[in-house]
Design a protein around this ligand. Sequence first.
Ligand code: GTP
Length: 482
Amino acid sequence: MSSSLSLNPCLDLRDALRVGAVVFVASIFGIYTAPPGVLAAFWPTNAVLVGLLLRRGHPPRTAHWLAAVTGYVVADLVMGHGWPKTLMLTSTNLMGVTVCWQLLARLPDEYRGLRHPRSMLRFVLVAMSGAAAAGVGGSVIHPALYGGTPAYGFLFWFSTELVNYIAILPVLLTMPDLVRRLTGLRRRGDWHLWRGGRAEYAAPLAAFAGSLWLGTQLGGPGVIAYPIPAMLWCALTYSLFATAGITLLFSMWTLLAIASGALVIGAPVDTPQAVMSLRVGVTLTALAPLAVASVMVARNELLARLQHAASHDPLTQVLNRGGFLARAEDLLAAPAAWPAAVLMMDIDFFKKVNDTHGHAAGDDVLTGFARLASSCLRSGDVLGRLGGEEFAVLLPGCSVDDAHAIAERICEAFAAQPIPLAGGARLHATVSIGLGCWTIPGTPVGTMLSQADGALYDAKHAGRNRVALAQTPTIDTAFVFR
Ligand SMILES: Nc1nc2c(ncn2[C@@H]2O[C@H](COP(=O)(O)OP(=O)(O)OP(=O)(O)O)[C@@H](O)[C@H]2O)c(=O)[nH]1
């Protein structure tokens, strides 16, 4: 969410109302699904509220907290709880939410988004702290409202909140990727529901579904762990968000299937203690795939950064020689890439620029040229810095006339636009370009570059600041255009 939201009271109010409405709907859901006369065991409201407050671009305001309190209170009153019970439940809910939100909001972004290898450890500690805060409230209100000891009240609230936070919050914490995708604000490498082809995508999900089904057929206490290998496979294949969704599904399915008798574990789950133990156990089981998915995200982000560093020139940020050659070979493997043209470009008298204005000014000229050349290219063209002041462009699917027009545009635009230097001065520079165009598919990139380099030599010798055409198998006369 943009920071303008915080400056716009109307938008802030609308946002707060949305928070209140979500709290109300989630609370009604929790109350409806609770067994009669007992406190709701699946209570998504608190985890959803924490997730909502964290997903906003800036801290919640008083209006958001007031809207949340109103959502809790109205839901309880609508469902027939009196004021004393409503206030006790609401304050206990808010104790847990406040602690959980405070602690998560203080975590660095990558920990909060579960994108750090150790983020799951911190996340579990935060979830336990939030659950413990709710447990403290529960130890006071539970005996008064439902009977039992304060210790039981603590344990019931602690276990319920722990399960809800661990099962639901990861989905919400990784959800911003989905929001960015839906709103078109996509970042490189940000969203991959899966990594790989279609079969690779479908297989882990099928294994997960199969393991759930197998559990219903075989029964016994071990069946709870049957889906773990499939969930680990999902974590290695799908995005963190998808994995979080799958682990939530696992927790809900396992608990519901045991409750309904579809999954027979052979042990009685007929005391509140046994129910609590089962719920916490099932949810903690789901932490393993989540931790693997977190490690995968961190690993993939690191790999992407390394790959970028290995294939790009740190000064101009265009491809380096290795990156250019690899990309060119990839592109030229497609028949549609032919005819293909190559431009070899070399900044004129660049040594003099360095000697006269200093190395930093030379660097400014290089970055200025890379920027300008990029702006003259079509999408799909590839620009690389082959070394020093020498750049190359691959123009796939480009006729010699179009390639010549692009080369002329770069040459003229560079000569016409002086480069602003750090001290405020402006520096005029020119570039010479050798151009080749090949119609025969399969011509090696190295051959194309060296023939275009020959034309660049011609351009330099004809006086620089010009474009020269290479001799290629289809064009057999080398000449200088101007
Ligand atoms: N500032 C800067 N200079 C570089 C960099 N890489 C190479 N150079 C310099 O680029 C210059 C290249 O000079 P030459 O190859 O003699 O070519 P030129 O002066 O451009 O002459 P012509 O190409 O014949 O027009 C050398 O002085 C290198 O030190 C760089 O990253 N930054």
